[in-house]
Write a protein that binds this ligand. Structure first.
Ligand SMILES: Cc1ncc(COP(=O)(O)O)c(C=O)c1O
Length: 459
């Protein structure tokens, strides 16, 4: 049950089928190119798309817009200290800004960086700084009902160190929850193991904490040691093992923009802090605003506290589970148990006649738009070329935004797509144009249905 009611509403519209078909073509069969005005239920991302609380809006009014030393920065620092247990922070305009600041200070040409699974911007920033991102999830992590399928396989990290030399691994990363692996959670036991392996390699242990509150909720529900504890306590415990955090405030900061790097107040990290500070000033802005307005710092400070409130987090994760149930009831192959922020559909199973080289995930994403103006995102071979990732489509729920009837609409849209599939009406896609940086191609590439000769015209 939602522990809130609506006070501000935002109208949405369901375009007719002809308009949807035209929009799709105009967008080059890439839903990142669609105008949001033509999207009815937007599940592209949970990042910065949520609804803020009245307390957040109220806090924005007292934003201190001073260039240096603003009161809003102090309030954010206090919130990070209280909720996450870190004292030193460098604000950034969003998560990838924080990644650029920290990873540029940590890695060098020829390094290797293991992570349970790199999110696309993380992968890109590690690569952009000359290092090789290496995914180390457990083999077959998504097979069966694992309570903590997001875990890092620390033995794979040790094998990597044996292969490349431990001096080539400056950092061990852990992404909680594991967005690119179906949003699956990571246990605190695994956080402790990751800390241990980082110590063995004399590496900095970084947690990507974007969804720290959702992860803490799963830990409390599934890891015996934490049964009955508050999500707030578990959140602090799981982060307490890290040397540094990278945070996108657009997720569990419950804000529409913002992020930060947090570093433990430890003399061993002073050099990293000094270099990260310089990079923050160079790329983000002065160290007390980092590309954010004072009011945005305020919204995130309040949002971090709200993210670990029991009524909020139970409703949040519960809604994602409900969408997963609605789809599973209609025989849609969804990853079970569902993750914290999104439902992941196995597109290769759902569209078995579309071969991998014709991007079944992207074909499904396009059909969800065509049939119901629902926007999801492909996270398979189109988004991650040259990897053997499963062909997933992610349906992310913006926080505190949609209601039960929107979830029903998504489920009904899947029914319509299934009918088209059964009639043999869904074709695969081929790429017409793609950017140079392959890691970012799903944001801007253009495609067309296989066999269609006419070039698309994206806006
Ligand atoms: C795990 C993870 N890390 C980093 C980022 C990047 O954050 P942002 O979109 O704020 O740049 C994201 C965004 O979705 C993410 O899910």
């Amino acid at each position: 049950m939602k522990a809130y009611k609506s006070k501000v509403v935002s109208p949405i519209r369901l375009p007719d089928r002809e308009e949807r078909e035209a929009n799709l073509k105009q967008a080059g069969y890439n839903v990142f190119n669609l105008d949001s005005e033509g999207v009815f239920v937007d599940l592209l991302t949970d990042s910065g798309t949520g609804t803020m609380s009245e307390s957040q809006w109220a806090a924005m009014m007292v934003g201190d817009e001073a260039y240096a030393g603003s009161e809003s920065f102090d309030r954010l620092r206090e919130a990070v200290s209280d909720v996450m247990g870190f004292e030193r922070i460098l604000p950034a305009h969003q998560g990838r800004g924080a990644e650029n600041v920290l990873y540029g200070a940590l890695v060098e040409d020829g390094d290797y960086v293991p992570n349970n699974t790199h999110f696309d911007t993380t992968r890109a920033h590690i690569a952009n700084n000359g290092a090789k991102p290496v995914d180390c999830p457990h083999e077959g992590a998504l097979d069966g009902d694992r309570a903590f399928a997001g875990d890092l396989d620390v033995e794979r990290v040790r094998e990597l160190a044996d292969e490349v030399g431990e001096e080539r691994i400056p950092a061990v990363l852990l992404t909680i929850t594991n967005n690119s692996l179906a949003g699956q959670p990571v246990s605190v036991e695994n956080v402790r193991e990751a800390r241990e392996v980082a110590d063995e390699l004399d590496a900095t242990f970084v947690i990507d904490a974007c969804r720290f509150a959702e992860n803490a909720y799963f830990v409390r529900e599934r890891e015996d040691e934490f049964a009955g504890e508050s999500v707030a306590d578990v959140a602090r415990e799981q982060l307490s093992y890290a040397d540094a955090l990278v945070m996108s405030g657009k997720k569990d900061g419950l804000a529409n923009v913002g992020g930060f790097v947090a570093l433990r107040d430890d003399p061993d990290l002073d050099d990293v802090h000094a270099e990260a500070r310089e990079r923050a000033i160079l790329y983000e802005g002065f160290t007390t605003y980092g590309g954010m307005a004072g009011r945005d710092l305020e919204a995130m400070a309040v949002g971090l506290r709200e993210a670990v409130e029991e009524s909020y987090i139970a409703d949040r994760v519960g809604q994602v589970q409900r969408l997963g149930d609605l789809l599973a009831e209609r025989d849609v192959p969804v990853q079970r148990p569902t993750g914290g922020h999104a439902v992941y559909v196995n597109a290769a199973e759902f569209l078995p006649d579309v071969p991998r080289e014709q991007f079944p995930g992207q074909a499904l994403v396009c059909d969800l738009y065509r049939e119901g103006a629902v926007r999801g995102v492909e996270l398979g071979s189109f988004a991650f070329p040259d990897t053997d990732r499963p062909e997933l489509v992610r349906l992310s729920l913006p926080r505190r935004t949609y209601g039960a009837d929107h979830l029903e609409h998504v489920a009904e849209t899947f029914e319509k797509v299934a009918e088209r599939r059964d009639a043999g009406d869904i074709s695969g896609l081929e790429i017409v144009e793609e950017p140079e940086m392959a890691e970012l191609r799903h944001f801007s590439a253009e495609l067309r249905p296989v066999g269609e000769k006419e070039a698309p015209t994206a806006n």
